[in-house]
Design a protein around this ligand. Structure first.
Ligand code: GLU
Length: 487
Protein backbone atom coordinates (compact mmCIF):
# COMPACT_ATOMS: atom_id res chain seq x y z
CA UNK A 1 0.00 0.00 0.00
CA UNK A 2 1.29 3.44 -0.89
CA UNK A 3 1.09 6.22 1.72
CA UNK A 4 -1.41 9.01 0.92
CA UNK A 5 0.07 11.12 -1.87
CA UNK A 6 -0.23 14.86 -2.23
CA UNK A 7 -0.10 15.80 -5.90
CA UNK A 8 -0.51 19.15 -7.59
CA UNK A 9 -1.11 20.64 -10.98
CA UNK A 10 0.55 24.01 -11.32
CA UNK A 11 -0.60 25.83 -14.44
CA UNK A 12 0.45 29.34 -15.34
CA UNK A 13 -2.47 31.58 -16.35
CA UNK A 14 -0.83 32.71 -19.59
CA UNK A 15 -3.62 32.08 -22.08
CA UNK A 16 -6.58 29.82 -22.40
CA UNK A 17 -5.79 26.54 -20.72
CA UNK A 18 -3.69 23.95 -22.53
CA UNK A 19 -5.00 20.41 -22.83
CA UNK A 20 -1.79 19.36 -21.08
CA UNK A 21 -3.10 20.91 -17.87
CA UNK A 22 -6.06 18.53 -17.91
CA UNK A 23 -3.81 15.63 -18.82
CA UNK A 24 -1.57 16.28 -15.79
CA UNK A 25 -4.54 16.99 -13.52
CA UNK A 26 -6.11 13.68 -14.49
CA UNK A 27 -3.04 11.69 -13.48
CA UNK A 28 -2.51 13.82 -10.37
CA UNK A 29 -6.07 13.25 -9.30
CA UNK A 30 -5.91 9.54 -10.07
CA UNK A 31 -2.84 9.07 -7.90
CA UNK A 32 -4.25 11.15 -5.03
CA UNK A 33 -7.49 9.14 -5.12
CA UNK A 34 -5.69 5.83 -5.48
CA UNK A 35 -3.62 6.49 -2.34
CA UNK A 36 -6.28 8.34 -0.34
CA UNK A 37 -4.33 11.59 -0.54
CA UNK A 38 -5.07 15.09 -1.87
CA UNK A 39 -4.89 16.81 -5.22
CA UNK A 40 -3.89 20.48 -5.15
CA UNK A 41 -4.35 23.14 -7.83
CA UNK A 42 -1.73 25.89 -7.54
CA UNK A 43 -1.65 28.92 -9.80
CA UNK A 44 1.90 29.77 -10.88
CA UNK A 45 1.64 33.40 -11.86
CA UNK A 46 5.10 34.76 -11.18
CA UNK A 47 5.82 35.53 -14.83
CA UNK A 48 4.01 38.88 -14.77
CA UNK A 49 4.68 39.70 -18.43
CA UNK A 50 2.85 36.65 -19.70
CA UNK A 51 -0.31 36.87 -17.59
CA UNK A 52 -3.55 36.89 -19.55
CA UNK A 53 -6.73 38.24 -17.97
CA UNK A 54 -9.44 35.64 -17.58
CA UNK A 55 -7.06 32.73 -17.96
CA UNK A 56 -7.12 31.78 -14.30
CA UNK A 57 -10.92 31.57 -14.30
CA UNK A 58 -10.80 29.44 -17.45
CA UNK A 59 -8.47 27.02 -15.67
CA UNK A 60 -10.99 26.63 -12.83
CA UNK A 61 -13.95 26.34 -15.19
CA UNK A 62 -12.41 23.75 -17.45
CA UNK A 63 -11.22 21.55 -14.57
CA UNK A 64 -14.73 21.71 -13.04
CA UNK A 65 -16.21 20.83 -16.41
CA UNK A 66 -13.94 17.80 -16.57
CA UNK A 67 -14.86 16.75 -13.07
CA UNK A 68 -11.25 17.08 -11.92
CA UNK A 69 -12.02 18.91 -8.71
CA UNK A 70 -9.05 19.91 -6.59
CA UNK A 71 -9.10 19.27 -2.85
CA UNK A 72 -7.20 22.51 -2.29
CA UNK A 73 -6.92 25.50 -4.63
CA UNK A 74 -7.26 29.28 -4.66
CA UNK A 75 -11.00 28.65 -5.06
CA UNK A 76 -11.62 26.11 -2.31
CA UNK A 77 -8.82 27.15 0.05
CA UNK A 78 -7.11 24.71 2.41
CA UNK A 79 -4.50 24.35 5.15
CA UNK A 80 -1.57 25.41 2.91
CA UNK A 81 -3.14 28.61 1.54
CA UNK A 82 -2.57 30.81 -0.32
CA UNK A 83 -2.43 28.66 -3.46
CA UNK A 84 -1.51 31.44 -5.83
CA UNK A 85 2.18 32.29 -6.07
CA UNK A 86 1.66 36.02 -6.49
CA UNK A 87 0.07 35.97 -3.03
CA UNK A 88 3.08 34.18 -1.55
CA UNK A 89 5.83 36.61 -2.53
CA UNK A 90 7.06 37.12 1.02
CA UNK A 91 7.58 33.38 1.30
CA UNK A 92 10.38 33.12 -1.23
CA UNK A 93 12.79 35.92 -0.36
CA UNK A 94 14.18 34.41 2.89
CA UNK A 95 15.21 31.28 1.03
CA UNK A 96 17.02 33.36 -1.56
CA UNK A 97 18.96 35.10 1.21
CA UNK A 98 19.73 31.78 2.83
CA UNK A 99 21.12 30.43 -0.47
CA UNK A 100 23.22 33.56 -1.05
CA UNK A 101 24.65 33.40 2.45
CA UNK A 102 25.59 29.77 2.04
CA UNK A 103 27.36 30.55 -1.23
CA UNK A 104 24.90 28.58 -3.37
CA UNK A 105 23.55 31.67 -5.10
CA UNK A 106 24.92 35.04 -6.19
CA UNK A 107 23.82 38.42 -7.48
CA UNK A 108 24.14 39.10 -11.16
CA UNK A 109 24.00 42.69 -12.50
CA UNK A 110 24.48 41.86 -16.16
CA UNK A 111 22.14 43.89 -18.35
CA UNK A 112 19.95 42.22 -20.97
CA UNK A 113 22.19 43.74 -23.67
CA UNK A 114 25.31 42.29 -22.12
CA UNK A 115 23.72 38.82 -21.89
CA UNK A 116 22.57 39.00 -25.52
CA UNK A 117 26.08 40.03 -26.59
CA UNK A 118 27.62 37.21 -24.55
CA UNK A 119 25.32 34.69 -26.23
CA UNK A 120 26.07 36.04 -29.69
CA UNK A 121 29.80 35.71 -29.02
CA UNK A 122 29.38 32.17 -27.70
CA UNK A 123 27.48 31.23 -30.80
CA UNK A 124 29.94 32.86 -33.16
CA UNK A 125 32.87 31.03 -31.55
CA UNK A 126 30.88 27.75 -31.52
CA UNK A 127 31.72 27.38 -27.85
CA UNK A 128 30.36 24.20 -26.32
CA UNK A 129 29.45 25.82 -23.01
CA UNK A 130 26.73 28.35 -23.71
CA UNK A 131 25.71 29.10 -20.14
CA UNK A 132 26.13 32.30 -18.20
CA UNK A 133 29.86 33.19 -18.07
CA UNK A 134 29.80 34.15 -14.37
CA UNK A 135 31.14 37.64 -14.89
CA UNK A 136 29.39 38.73 -11.68
CA UNK A 137 30.40 35.79 -9.52
CA UNK A 138 32.55 36.86 -6.53
CA UNK A 139 32.21 40.57 -7.32
CA UNK A 140 30.76 43.23 -5.08
CA UNK A 141 28.26 45.64 -6.57
CA UNK A 142 30.98 48.33 -6.82
CA UNK A 143 33.43 46.03 -8.55
CA UNK A 144 30.80 44.96 -11.06
CA UNK A 145 29.54 48.53 -11.60
CA UNK A 146 32.97 49.47 -12.88
CA UNK A 147 32.56 47.06 -15.80
CA UNK A 148 30.36 47.51 -18.89
CA UNK A 149 26.84 46.07 -19.20
CA UNK A 150 25.86 46.86 -15.62
CA UNK A 151 22.22 46.97 -14.57
CA UNK A 152 21.07 48.71 -11.37
CA UNK A 153 18.66 45.96 -10.34
CA UNK A 154 20.32 42.57 -10.02
CA UNK A 155 18.91 39.09 -10.41
CA UNK A 156 20.02 36.15 -8.25
CA UNK A 157 21.49 33.05 -9.87
CA UNK A 158 22.15 29.54 -8.59
CA UNK A 159 25.82 28.57 -8.53
CA UNK A 160 25.61 25.20 -10.21
CA UNK A 161 28.54 23.05 -9.01
CA UNK A 162 30.61 21.11 -11.53
CA UNK A 163 29.67 17.88 -9.82
CA UNK A 164 25.92 18.51 -9.83
CA UNK A 165 23.95 15.28 -9.73
CA UNK A 166 22.38 14.87 -13.16
CA UNK A 167 20.64 11.51 -12.75
CA UNK A 168 17.44 10.92 -10.85
CA UNK A 169 14.78 8.26 -10.49
CA UNK A 170 11.49 8.85 -12.19
CA UNK A 171 8.34 6.89 -11.33
CA UNK A 172 7.56 6.36 -14.99
CA UNK A 173 10.98 6.22 -16.59
CA UNK A 174 13.23 4.74 -13.95
CA UNK A 175 16.76 6.17 -14.09
CA UNK A 176 16.83 9.44 -16.06
CA UNK A 177 19.83 11.57 -16.98
CA UNK A 178 19.45 15.28 -17.65
CA UNK A 179 21.95 17.72 -19.18
CA UNK A 180 24.20 19.98 -17.09
CA UNK A 181 22.24 23.11 -16.14
CA UNK A 182 23.21 26.72 -16.49
CA UNK A 183 23.47 29.13 -13.51
CA UNK A 184 19.70 29.44 -13.35
CA UNK A 185 18.13 32.75 -12.31
CA UNK A 186 15.98 32.17 -9.21
CA UNK A 187 15.03 35.74 -8.33
CA UNK A 188 14.22 38.24 -11.06
CA UNK A 189 15.00 41.94 -11.11
CA UNK A 190 11.34 42.72 -10.32
CA UNK A 191 11.69 40.81 -7.05
CA UNK A 192 9.55 37.90 -8.25
CA UNK A 193 10.97 34.40 -7.94
CA UNK A 194 11.34 32.40 -11.13
CA UNK A 195 9.39 29.21 -11.63
CA UNK A 196 12.37 27.12 -10.50
CA UNK A 197 12.63 28.59 -7.04
CA UNK A 198 8.89 29.03 -6.46
CA UNK A 199 8.05 25.49 -7.55
CA UNK A 200 10.53 23.97 -5.12
CA UNK A 201 9.60 26.19 -2.18
CA UNK A 202 5.87 25.66 -2.72
CA UNK A 203 6.05 21.95 -3.37
CA UNK A 204 8.01 21.63 -0.15
CA UNK A 205 5.81 23.92 1.96
CA UNK A 206 2.64 22.31 0.59
CA UNK A 207 3.94 18.85 1.44
CA UNK A 208 3.71 17.66 -2.14
CA UNK A 209 4.91 14.07 -2.32
CA UNK A 210 4.64 13.45 -6.06
CA UNK A 211 5.47 15.95 -8.77
CA UNK A 212 3.63 14.99 -11.96
CA UNK A 213 4.50 17.14 -14.95
CA UNK A 214 5.40 17.05 -18.63
CA UNK A 215 8.67 15.54 -19.83
CA UNK A 216 9.83 18.99 -20.96
CA UNK A 217 10.67 19.61 -17.28
CA UNK A 218 13.16 16.74 -17.04
CA UNK A 219 16.03 19.08 -17.84
CA UNK A 220 15.00 21.35 -14.94
CA UNK A 221 14.88 18.59 -12.38
CA UNK A 222 18.62 18.62 -11.46
CA UNK A 223 18.30 22.32 -10.57
CA UNK A 224 15.29 21.62 -8.40
CA UNK A 225 17.09 18.76 -6.73
CA UNK A 226 20.02 21.04 -5.88
CA UNK A 227 17.65 23.51 -4.26
CA UNK A 228 16.11 20.75 -2.14
CA UNK A 229 19.56 19.65 -1.10
CA UNK A 230 20.83 23.13 -0.27
CA UNK A 231 17.70 23.99 1.70
CA UNK A 232 17.94 20.70 3.58
CA UNK A 233 14.55 19.42 2.46
CA UNK A 234 13.30 15.95 1.50
CA UNK A 235 12.62 15.62 -2.19
CA UNK A 236 9.30 14.63 -3.70
CA UNK A 237 9.03 11.79 -6.19
CA UNK A 238 8.92 12.73 -9.86
CA UNK A 239 6.69 11.43 -12.64
CA UNK A 240 7.44 13.03 -16.00
CA UNK A 241 4.56 12.36 -18.35
CA UNK A 242 5.13 11.77 -22.05
CA UNK A 243 4.51 14.84 -24.17
CA UNK A 244 1.32 14.94 -26.26
CA UNK A 245 2.09 14.92 -29.96
CA UNK A 246 0.33 15.87 -33.17
CA UNK A 247 -0.26 13.17 -35.76
CA UNK A 248 3.03 14.33 -37.42
CA UNK A 249 4.78 13.66 -34.05
CA UNK A 250 5.48 17.34 -33.35
CA UNK A 251 4.74 18.67 -29.85
CA UNK A 252 1.12 19.68 -29.56
CA UNK A 253 0.77 23.45 -29.46
CA UNK A 254 -2.12 25.88 -29.41
CA UNK A 255 -0.69 27.62 -32.47
CA UNK A 256 -0.74 24.51 -34.63
CA UNK A 257 -3.59 22.45 -33.26
CA UNK A 258 -6.96 23.79 -32.09
CA UNK A 259 -7.31 20.70 -29.89
CA UNK A 260 -4.38 21.89 -27.77
CA UNK A 261 -6.89 24.33 -26.24
CA UNK A 262 -8.77 22.64 -23.45
CA UNK A 263 -11.85 24.78 -24.07
CA UNK A 264 -12.02 23.54 -27.65
CA UNK A 265 -13.39 20.17 -26.53
CA UNK A 266 -16.30 21.75 -24.73
CA UNK A 267 -16.97 24.09 -27.64
CA UNK A 268 -17.06 21.11 -30.03
CA UNK A 269 -19.60 19.23 -27.93
CA UNK A 270 -17.43 16.47 -26.50
CA UNK A 271 -18.54 14.95 -23.22
CA UNK A 272 -16.16 15.50 -20.31
CA UNK A 273 -16.24 11.80 -19.46
CA UNK A 274 -15.18 10.92 -23.01
CA UNK A 275 -12.32 13.43 -22.92
CA UNK A 276 -11.20 12.03 -19.59
CA UNK A 277 -11.15 8.52 -21.00
CA UNK A 278 -9.26 9.80 -24.05
CA UNK A 279 -6.61 11.53 -21.92
CA UNK A 280 -6.30 8.38 -19.80
CA UNK A 281 -5.61 6.31 -22.90
CA UNK A 282 -2.94 8.75 -24.08
CA UNK A 283 -0.72 8.21 -21.09
CA UNK A 284 -1.92 4.79 -20.24
CA UNK A 285 -2.45 2.61 -23.27
CA UNK A 286 -4.41 -0.55 -22.44
CA UNK A 287 -2.49 -3.80 -22.52
CA UNK A 288 -3.44 -6.35 -25.15
CA UNK A 289 -6.90 -7.69 -24.39
CA UNK A 290 -7.76 -4.79 -22.07
CA UNK A 291 -10.52 -2.51 -23.15
CA UNK A 292 -10.18 1.11 -24.12
CA UNK A 293 -13.41 2.29 -22.57
CA UNK A 294 -12.52 2.70 -18.94
CA UNK A 295 -14.41 4.96 -16.61
CA UNK A 296 -12.39 7.21 -14.35
CA UNK A 297 -13.16 5.24 -11.18
CA UNK A 298 -11.99 2.01 -12.84
CA UNK A 299 -8.85 3.76 -14.04
CA UNK A 300 -8.18 4.99 -10.49
CA UNK A 301 -8.86 1.60 -8.93
CA UNK A 302 -5.90 -0.10 -10.57
CA UNK A 303 -3.71 2.92 -11.26
CA UNK A 304 0.02 2.29 -11.31
CA UNK A 305 2.85 4.48 -12.59
CA UNK A 306 4.51 1.48 -14.17
CA UNK A 307 1.73 1.34 -16.74
CA UNK A 308 2.27 4.89 -17.95
CA UNK A 309 3.86 4.99 -21.37
CA UNK A 310 7.13 6.80 -21.99
CA UNK A 311 6.43 7.23 -25.68
CA UNK A 312 4.86 10.55 -26.69
CA UNK A 313 1.24 9.64 -27.39
CA UNK A 314 -0.30 10.75 -30.67
CA UNK A 315 -3.31 12.94 -30.27
CA UNK A 316 -5.70 11.09 -32.53
CA UNK A 317 -9.08 12.81 -32.55
CA UNK A 318 -10.69 9.92 -34.43
CA UNK A 319 -10.29 7.90 -31.27
CA UNK A 320 -11.93 10.68 -29.27
CA UNK A 321 -14.85 10.83 -31.74
CA UNK A 322 -15.34 7.12 -31.28
CA UNK A 323 -15.16 7.33 -27.50
CA UNK A 324 -17.55 10.26 -27.47
CA UNK A 325 -20.10 8.20 -29.39
CA UNK A 326 -19.70 5.36 -26.92
CA UNK A 327 -20.31 7.68 -23.96
CA UNK A 328 -23.20 9.45 -25.70
CA UNK A 329 -24.97 6.16 -26.28
CA UNK A 330 -24.37 5.04 -22.72
CA UNK A 331 -26.33 8.04 -21.38
CA UNK A 332 -30.01 7.64 -20.54
CA UNK A 333 -31.99 9.46 -23.27
CA UNK A 334 -33.36 12.07 -20.89
CA UNK A 335 -29.90 12.98 -19.66
CA UNK A 336 -28.54 13.14 -23.19
CA UNK A 337 -31.41 15.46 -24.12
CA UNK A 338 -30.58 17.74 -21.19
CA UNK A 339 -26.94 17.84 -22.25
CA UNK A 340 -27.93 18.68 -25.82
CA UNK A 341 -30.00 21.60 -24.52
CA UNK A 342 -27.24 22.75 -22.19
CA UNK A 343 -24.77 22.61 -25.07
CA UNK A 344 -27.14 24.47 -27.40
CA UNK A 345 -27.37 27.32 -24.92
CA UNK A 346 -23.69 27.47 -23.96
CA UNK A 347 -22.43 27.24 -27.54
CA UNK A 348 -24.87 29.77 -28.96
CA UNK A 349 -26.75 27.24 -31.12
CA UNK A 350 -29.69 28.62 -29.16
CA UNK A 351 -29.93 32.03 -27.59
CA UNK A 352 -32.96 30.86 -25.61
CA UNK A 353 -34.92 27.65 -25.45
CA UNK A 354 -37.56 27.98 -28.24
CA UNK A 355 -41.24 27.25 -27.53
CA UNK A 356 -41.64 23.55 -26.71
CA UNK A 357 -37.86 23.21 -27.23
CA UNK A 358 -37.45 21.12 -24.14
CA UNK A 359 -40.20 18.64 -25.08
CA UNK A 360 -39.12 18.43 -28.71
CA UNK A 361 -35.48 17.68 -27.87
CA UNK A 362 -36.53 15.09 -25.31
CA UNK A 363 -38.83 13.35 -27.82
CA UNK A 364 -36.35 13.54 -30.69
CA UNK A 365 -33.19 12.52 -28.85
CA UNK A 366 -33.83 8.76 -29.05
CA UNK A 367 -34.22 9.16 -32.83
CA UNK A 368 -30.75 10.63 -33.31
CA UNK A 369 -28.63 9.27 -30.45
CA UNK A 370 -27.36 6.42 -32.57
CA UNK A 371 -25.81 8.80 -35.10
CA UNK A 372 -24.30 11.47 -32.88
CA UNK A 373 -20.55 12.01 -32.69
CA UNK A 374 -20.72 15.17 -30.58
CA UNK A 375 -23.46 17.16 -28.83
CA UNK A 376 -23.02 19.79 -31.55
CA UNK A 377 -24.40 17.36 -34.13
CA UNK A 378 -27.77 17.03 -32.47
CA UNK A 379 -29.68 20.23 -33.20
CA UNK A 380 -28.73 20.48 -36.89
CA UNK A 381 -30.22 17.01 -37.35
CA UNK A 382 -33.56 17.99 -35.86
CA UNK A 383 -33.69 21.65 -36.86
CA UNK A 384 -36.72 20.94 -39.09
CA UNK A 385 -38.76 20.20 -35.97
CA UNK A 386 -38.25 23.77 -34.77
CA UNK A 387 -38.68 25.62 -38.06
CA UNK A 388 -42.06 27.31 -38.63
CA UNK A 389 -43.74 25.49 -41.53
CA UNK A 390 -43.66 28.50 -43.85
CA UNK A 391 -39.91 28.93 -43.25
CA UNK A 392 -38.82 25.36 -43.91
CA UNK A 393 -36.15 25.44 -46.62
CA UNK A 394 -36.54 22.45 -48.88
CA UNK A 395 -33.22 21.45 -50.38
CA UNK A 396 -33.58 21.79 -54.19
CA UNK A 397 -31.19 18.87 -54.73
CA UNK A 398 -33.50 16.65 -52.70
CA UNK A 399 -36.50 17.81 -54.76
CA UNK A 400 -34.62 17.24 -58.02
CA UNK A 401 -34.12 13.60 -57.11
CA UNK A 402 -37.85 12.93 -56.64
CA UNK A 403 -39.75 11.08 -59.36
CA UNK A 404 -42.42 12.57 -61.66
CA UNK A 405 -45.25 10.95 -59.66
CA UNK A 406 -44.39 13.05 -56.57
CA UNK A 407 -47.55 15.19 -56.80
CA UNK A 408 -49.76 12.13 -56.80
CA UNK A 409 -47.86 10.60 -53.87
CA UNK A 410 -48.20 13.77 -51.79
CA UNK A 411 -51.92 14.02 -52.52
CA UNK A 412 -52.47 10.42 -51.47
CA UNK A 413 -50.39 10.92 -48.33
CA UNK A 414 -52.38 14.01 -47.34
CA UNK A 415 -55.66 12.25 -47.91
CA UNK A 416 -54.59 9.27 -45.81
CA UNK A 417 -53.39 11.39 -42.92
CA UNK A 418 -56.18 13.94 -42.80
CA UNK A 419 -58.68 11.61 -41.23
CA UNK A 420 -56.24 9.57 -39.19
CA UNK A 421 -57.55 8.90 -35.69
CA UNK A 422 -54.57 8.63 -33.41
CA UNK A 423 -51.53 10.78 -34.35
CA UNK A 424 -48.69 8.44 -33.47
CA UNK A 425 -45.69 7.02 -35.32
CA UNK A 426 -47.11 3.57 -35.85
CA UNK A 427 -50.50 4.78 -37.00
CA UNK A 428 -48.85 7.26 -39.38
CA UNK A 429 -46.69 4.54 -40.85
CA UNK A 430 -49.65 2.23 -41.31
CA UNK A 431 -51.76 4.87 -42.99
CA UNK A 432 -49.00 5.89 -45.38
CA UNK A 433 -48.11 2.32 -46.17
CA UNK A 434 -51.77 1.56 -46.93
CA UNK A 435 -52.16 4.57 -49.18
CA UNK A 436 -48.82 4.58 -50.98
CA UNK A 437 -47.42 1.06 -50.99
CA UNK A 438 -50.67 -0.90 -51.15
CA UNK A 439 -52.83 1.77 -52.76
CA UNK A 440 -50.46 3.18 -55.40
CA UNK A 441 -48.35 0.03 -55.69
CA UNK A 442 -45.07 1.89 -54.95
CA UNK A 443 -41.95 0.41 -53.46
CA UNK A 444 -41.49 1.83 -49.91
CA UNK A 445 -38.39 3.69 -51.06
CA UNK A 446 -40.34 5.66 -53.67
CA UNK A 447 -43.45 5.92 -51.55
CA UNK A 448 -41.84 7.68 -48.58
CA UNK A 449 -39.15 9.81 -50.25
CA UNK A 450 -41.51 12.65 -51.24
CA UNK A 451 -43.04 12.65 -47.76
CA UNK A 452 -39.60 12.84 -46.16
CA UNK A 453 -38.52 15.74 -48.37
CA UNK A 454 -41.74 17.59 -47.63
CA UNK A 455 -41.50 17.09 -43.88
CA UNK A 456 -37.77 17.54 -43.29
CA UNK A 457 -36.58 19.41 -46.39
CA UNK A 458 -33.91 16.76 -46.93
CA UNK A 459 -33.45 13.38 -48.52
CA UNK A 460 -31.81 11.96 -45.41
CA UNK A 461 -33.29 12.58 -41.97
CA UNK A 462 -34.04 11.02 -38.61
CA UNK A 463 -36.75 8.33 -38.70
CA UNK A 464 -39.69 9.78 -40.65
CA UNK A 465 -42.83 8.58 -38.88
CA UNK A 466 -41.47 9.36 -35.43
CA UNK A 467 -40.49 12.80 -36.67
CA UNK A 468 -43.99 13.41 -38.01
CA UNK A 469 -45.47 12.28 -34.71
CA UNK A 470 -43.39 14.91 -32.89
CA UNK A 471 -44.13 17.59 -35.48
CA UNK A 472 -47.90 17.10 -35.15
CA UNK A 473 -50.70 16.66 -37.64
CA UNK A 474 -51.22 20.27 -38.68
CA UNK A 475 -47.59 20.96 -39.43
CA UNK A 476 -47.14 17.65 -41.22
CA UNK A 477 -50.14 18.24 -43.47
CA UNK A 478 -49.19 21.82 -44.16
CA UNK A 479 -45.68 20.73 -45.24
CA UNK A 480 -47.09 18.07 -47.57
CA UNK A 481 -49.34 20.71 -49.10
CA UNK A 482 -46.50 23.20 -49.40
CA UNK A 483 -44.25 20.85 -51.34
CA UNK A 484 -47.20 19.82 -53.51
CA UNK A 485 -47.86 23.45 -54.32
CA UNK A 486 -44.24 24.17 -55.22
CA UNK A 487 -43.87 21.38 -57.78
N1 GLU B 1 3.98 26.28 -13.99
C1 GLU B 1 4.52 25.17 -14.71
C2 GLU B 1 3.76 25.03 -16.01
O1 GLU B 1 3.06 25.91 -16.35
C3 GLU B 1 4.41 23.92 -13.87
C4 GLU B 1 5.43 22.87 -14.15
C5 GLU B 1 5.47 21.86 -13.01
O2 GLU B 1 4.46 21.16 -12.87
O3 GLU B 1 6.46 21.79 -12.31
O4 GLU B 1 3.86 24.10 -16.73
Amino acid sequence: MNPPARTRVAPSPTGDPHVGTAYMALFDKAWALRTGGQFVLRIEDTDRNRLVAGSEQQIYDSLHWLGLEADESPEVDGPYAPYKQSERLDTYRPYVDQLIEAGHAYYCWCSADRLAQMRAEQQASKQADTGYDRLCLGKTREERAALPGFSETPVVRMLIPDDAELSFTDLIRGEVRAPMPDDQVILKADGFPTYHLAVVVDDHLMDITTVVRGEEWISSTPKHRLLYKWLGWDEPEYAHMPLLRNVDKSKISKRKNPAARLLWFREQGYLPEALRNFLQLLGYPPAAGEQEVTRFDEFVADFSWSKVSTVGPIFDLKKLDWLNGVYIRALPAAELADRIIEFALSSGQWVDVPPNGHEIVHSATPLIAERLVTLADALPKIGFLFTPDDQLVVNPDAVAKLRPDTGQVLDAASAALTGLGEWAAEAIQEALRGALVDGLGLKPKFAFAPVRVAITGEQVSPPLFESMAILGRDSSLSRLTALRGSL
